[in-house]
Every structure is written in C-alpha cells, then in structure tokens.
Ligand binder design. Structure first.
Ligand code: UD1
Length: 416
C-alpha cells in the first residue's frame, strides 16, 4: 500500500474535522517524560511520526495505552535515559527527548539525528543552550552525551528562533531551580501549546509566543489531561487543495489565527475565505492567480511546511511566482517531480521560479519527504489523467489517511 492513485479533475466540496497537530504532539509526547504521574492526551493523531515517538518512550520504560482517541502515558517507571540510533533515525524529533531526559534524569544519551531530506538540520543551537544551562555536552561515536549534574538557570539568547531548540530548552528548565529566560525564542503556536501543557502539569512557564520565555523551576510536575491544538499545516494543505481544484470546503476546529499567512496568500489568489470562529471556509472557482513573490519565514510568516503545497498551486496559477525558501536549505526536492507532470519551475539556490501552466498531466512521481509528497498529491488532484504518487509512506508521517480526507471531499484518490 505504498502508492496513491489519483484521477484528477474533481472539485472539492464538504466538511472536514482537522486532526491534532503533529508538531504540537511530538514535543508534548517528549515532555511526558518529565512527569511521574499518569497523563491523558486527547485526539491522538496516529501519524507514523507520533507512533515512532511512542516507540521511543516505550523503549525508555513508559507504559502507553490507546483508549479510543486518547493516549494514556505513564512514565512513572522509566528506567533508561538513552535513545539508540535505530529509533532516533526514525523520527528526527527524538532530539526533543534530550531536554526532557535532562529535566527528569539530569543525564541523557541520544543518537545524533543527522541530516534529513530537507537539509543538514544541525543541532548546534540546542547544544549551545544546554551548555548555557551548565550541561556538559560531549559528542562522540554518533551519540550526544549530556550530564546535567550542575544544571542551573540562565539567560539564553538563541542565534536563530529554532522551534526544536526553544522547546528542548523549555523542557530542560522546568525542573531546574531558579529563573531561566529564553530570548529570541520561536513563536510558533506549537511552542505556546507546549507551554500550556507544561503549565497544566504544574510548571511555571510564561511568555511563549512573545520575544522572551521565562521558566521558573518547580520541584515536581503532576498528572493532567490535555488536548493539543489542531494541525495548521494539514488545514493549510486542504485550503490550498480547494483553491487549486475549485469547490467549497469547510475546515473545522482549527484556529484561523494560526493560519493568517496562508489566508492572506490565498486571498491574493482570488479564492474566498470566510472565518466562522474555529472554522475556515474556502470557496474557489479553481482558477487561482499567481502570487508574485512569496517567501517562507518563521511564525507568523508563511510556514516552510506549506511551501511545497503552495508551489503546486502556483504551478497551475495564472501568472508567475517567485518562491524564496528561507528556513531550510534543501527543500525543493518535489520540483523535478512536479516538472514531470508538466510544471514550469526552475530552481536557483533557495529560489524557485514558477510559471503557471494551463494544465498539469498525470504521471508516475515519487515522494521524497513529507510535505513535498503532499504537494504531489495536490498536483495529482488537478492534473489531467492518472497520477501515481510512489513512496507514500512519507506523507503518513504527518497526515492520517490523507486519501480518506480528500475522498470525503469528492476527490478520486485511493491507496494501492
Ligand atoms: C520544526 C518543525 C518542522 C518545521 C520547522 C520550521 C517539529 C517537529 N518540526 O522543526 O516541521 O518545518 O520547525 O518551522 O516541530 N537550525 C540550526 N541549528 C539548530 C536548530 C535549527 O541551524 O540547532 C536551523 C535548521 O537547520 C533550519 C532552521 O534552523 O534551517 C529552523 O529549524 P527549527 O526551527 O529548529 O526546526 P525544527 O524544530 O527542526
């Protein structure tokens, strides 16, 4: 079941409930290590990245149970503070575990996550932050060894507002006495959600979403129930799909405030977006205008996680768009595949020049990474004829049965 078969040309109509956010769930799962009581997380999203994070927690000794759509995590009997390379290589977010393990055990050993499909993805900002907190960090034989025996509060200025580093340092500091400040932190909604989860467990964190996060160390955290936010990237993907295909789609449960950048861009393509509290309605005639120049940036800018999908839209738009990828250095792997479908895209370094064409044509294409694979599926939805998207496992990392959602809206798509 590793391919998606798509007959392009259908408009999309209907409603979808958006699932919980992968990028909120992953650090929250890591943070469960900090608490020795039972935790109940609602709306488990069943993405493979989340499943792999659960495997990591289980390997450390956590007891995890799925009850309906809830996840019950009991980390009271954790016995290990080390993550082996086989597990670490399956989900890059294993790096979040460093901060959580340091908070719980004051030591950690995590296999180096290495580069990935979208760039080298160094972790120097994470490690510099730990060193500021007094953690002894050693990198040898592919592992990062951390000793937090002398960990103390500190003021940490991040060179770049890295999402992962901000979250890792928040987790490392919640059980550290004193007041730690993270300056120039990431402001993504998922960072705010982690703050809310930590505080629900009894931590004292404030300022997430602003330029300064303050963490006042507490002695112990306690159990709680928590519902992570809905996935703004999945919602954004379906908004773009509707803008491309035409139709009328209501996306339910997602915070419109988290999607301002994409709402603004889709407004410019001439589709109609209306906001009804936590619901977003997209109405489109399927003839989007081009966007001129757009660039990805940290929140609240255009998310890099929607760059590939918005490129698929630009490929069938009326006019030309220049797309600048500012966050990751190697995030255009979907371009040669879109070109196989008839797209007119040229890449130079971090810039893609897209000239809209009248039609894309069905082809056999291959996904290389999560969001790029989603963009090929969107291209297949509007292409003339049959598209086969191979290597579909990438999309399962962050979407649960994307084909079912799209089929519910009327797309002709199935997994084969
Ligand atoms: C998170 C998201 C990912 C999203 C990205 C940017 C999760 C699980 N993943 O990834 O979907 O695309 O934010 O919004 O939440 N960098 C360094 N050194 C570091 C850390 C980062 O140079 O120590 C660089 C990265 O290589 C990248 C940029 O900073 O070029 C942004 O990375 P970061 O914000 O850390 O992204 P992630 O947390 O890995």
């Amino acid at each position: 079941m590793n391919k998606m078969l798509i007959q392009g040309g259908n408009k999309l109509f209907g409603e979808l409930n958006i699932s919980a956010s992968k990028n909120a769930y992953l650090p929250i799962l890591a943070a469960t290590v900090l608490c020795e009581d039972k935790l109940v997380l609602h709306n488990y999203p069943f993405f493979t990245d989340a499943d792999n994070m659960c495997k990591i927690l289980t390997s450390l000794g956590a007891n995890i149970e799925n009850r309906d759509s809830d996840l019950i995590v009991d980390s009271s009997s954790l016995f290990s503070w080390g993550i082996e390379s086989e597990l670490a290589s399956q989900v890059r977010s294993s790096i979040f575990m460093l901060g959580a393990l340091l908070g719980r055990f004051k030591k950690a050993r995590v296999a180096y996550p290495g580069g990935c499909e979208i760039g080298a993805r160094p972790i120097d900002i994470h490690l510099a932050g730990f060193r500021k907190l007094g953690v002894k960090v050693e990198e040898k034989h592919g592992y990062i060894y951390c000793d937090a025996g002398n960990m103390h509060s500190a003021v940490i200025l991040l060179d770049f507002p890295s999402v992962g580093a901000t979250e890792s340092l928040m987790m490392a500091s919640v059980l550290t006495p004193g007041e730690t400040k993270i300056l120039n932190p990431a402001k993504e909604p998922e960072v705010v959600d982690l703050q809310n989860f930590l505080n629900k467990m009894g931590a004292k964190v404030r300022g997430a979403g602003t330029n300064e996060i303050t963490i006042t160390g507490v002695k112990k955290l306690h159990g709680c129930e928590f519902a992570p936010i809905k996935d703004r990237i999945i919602a954004g993907t379906y908004m773009i799909a509707t803008a491309m295909c035409g139709g009328d789609v209501l996306l339910k449960g997602v915070k419109p405030d988290h999607l301002r950048a994409i709402i603004d861009k889709l407004d410019q393509t001439a589709c109609k977006i209306s906001i009804e509290s936590d619901n977003i309605r997209v109405t489109s005639d399927g003839k989007p205008n081009a966007l001129g120049k757009i660039e990805t940036s940290v929140y609240p800018g255009l998310p890099t996680d929607l760059q590939a999908q918005i490129m698929a839209l630009c490929c069938v738009s009326n006019g030309s768009t220049m797309i600048v990828e500012n966050v990751f250095e190697s995030r255009f792997k979907h371009v040669p595949e879109l070109v196989k479908m008839g797209a007119d895209v040229h890449v130079k370094d971090r810039v893609a020049f897209v000239r809209g064409v009248k039609k894309l044509y069905g082809a056999s294409v291959s996904g290389m990474e999560l969001r790029g694979t989603a963009s090929l599926i969107l291209a297949g939805l509007v292409a003339e004829g049959t598209t086969i998207v191979n290597n579909i496992k990438h999309v399962d990392r962050g979407y649960y049965h994307i084909e079912d959602d799209l089929a519910t809206l009327g797309a002709n798509i199935k997994r084969i």
